[in-house]
Design a protein around this ligand. Sequence first.
Ligand code: BES
Ligand code: MN
Ligand code: MN
Length: 464
Amino acid sequence: MTDIKSYVNQNKERFLNELFSLLKIPSISADKAYKTDILKTADFVKESLLKAGCSLAEVCETPGNPIVYGEKIIDVNLPTILVYGHYDVQPADPINLWDSPPFEPVIKPTDIHPDGAIFARGACDDKGQMYMHVKALEYMTATNNLTCNVKFMIEGEEEVGSPSLEWYVKRNQEKLANDVILISDTGMISNQQPSITTGLRGLSYLEVEVTGPNRDLHSGLYGGAVANPINILIKMIASLHDENNHITIPGFYDNIKIFTDAERTEMEKAPFSLDAYKKALAIDDVDGEVGYSTNERSSIRPTLDVNGIWGGYTGEGAKTVIASKAYAKISMRLVVGQDNQVISELFEKHFKSIAPKSVTIKVTNLHGGMAYEMPTDNIGYQAAAKALQESFGVPSIPQYSGGSIPIVALFENELKSKSILMGFGLNSDAIHSPNEHFGVFNFLKGIETIPLFYKYYAKLFKES
Ligand code: BES
Ligand code: MN
Ligand code: MN
């Protein structure tokens, strides 16, 4: 019987070629112009599931982009793993900052990935990571090594807040019934230090509109006498943090999870170099909430950030104008204890309360979700830890991540099962940025590790 390492070795060129075909389709969910490519990608995923051994695979219609479902049920007495991933990707812009075209994948070595990394939009987030599961299934069915039933649910709207997933999950409870959910859409500490994500932040994403006068005005004739919405917006935004970088919205920190000194000391043991961090980002210093480390600031503490701000004249040269309106997109990363809906309401109430009478404020809620915390005392976590230990040769460590996958909380509520976040990306892989990439090592290591998860999960399930 072929072991997984030799199977991967014998087939890696083909695996990479297949992934390249997937990466070439620009399945950008944020832009309706790519709808045909979205449908093409869904079809590609369906076909690849069938080729990998699923006995059933289908493209399921939703009010938005389709969800690809596949399954291979071998024995009702065995546990069922539900694999979740997403086939949609972020927009590629700013396109001129890519060293190679975002939808023409190439392999190039980097300092962190000396064996080469696949450069393409979606290489790491999440096509490359999702496809590891498809290839792991291929190995397990081809070599008769499948130890669990498996279901796949691959969606096409994750990058826009998964608006149709709840609709789908609520209508397909039985079909999606499972013992554990396995997701590779996060990262690990380094290629030498595997980790399992035990926390994700929640999110509240809003757009604000500040309106002053009913039309754009000559900034000489009116300047100084009427409110300038842009001036006012930036003042209001600046006031949302105090001198210690605490967020000033009343009630914002109520009920949030506070970590004990012992827990914080434990977390600080994870390998991290502040110098390397600064160097990689070309910054002389870091910034953030007083009293917390860089790792804490970017994982267990809530944040408020402006993602974009616009208004007035931004074309070439100078135009003297006081704009009628100013806008900003604002996201808040949330932690355990914060409800995204409550936080959005607190934001709106506070933002309106600090606005001068000379302007009117409109706040639109774009999307959001709750933070998630994964306990380690369950067989899913333990199976992942054993699998990583075996394939990397060193013990993995639990780690809170700063990113968000809002649907994980929905899965827990609707499907009553835990999600195991066994991701193989690195923070430096530039997801959502120009030159996104995914290590060839990481891609192949993921394919090697996943069957071990199945093996240990089946074993622990039987013993429990
Ligand atoms: N895969 C990411 C989330 C992620 C990446 C979590 C790395 C942990 C480590 C996901 O595709 C994503 O980008 N999520 C969005 C939120 C979503 C609602 C648009 C995010 O975190 O900004
Ligand atoms: Mn993702
Ligand atoms: Mn993403």
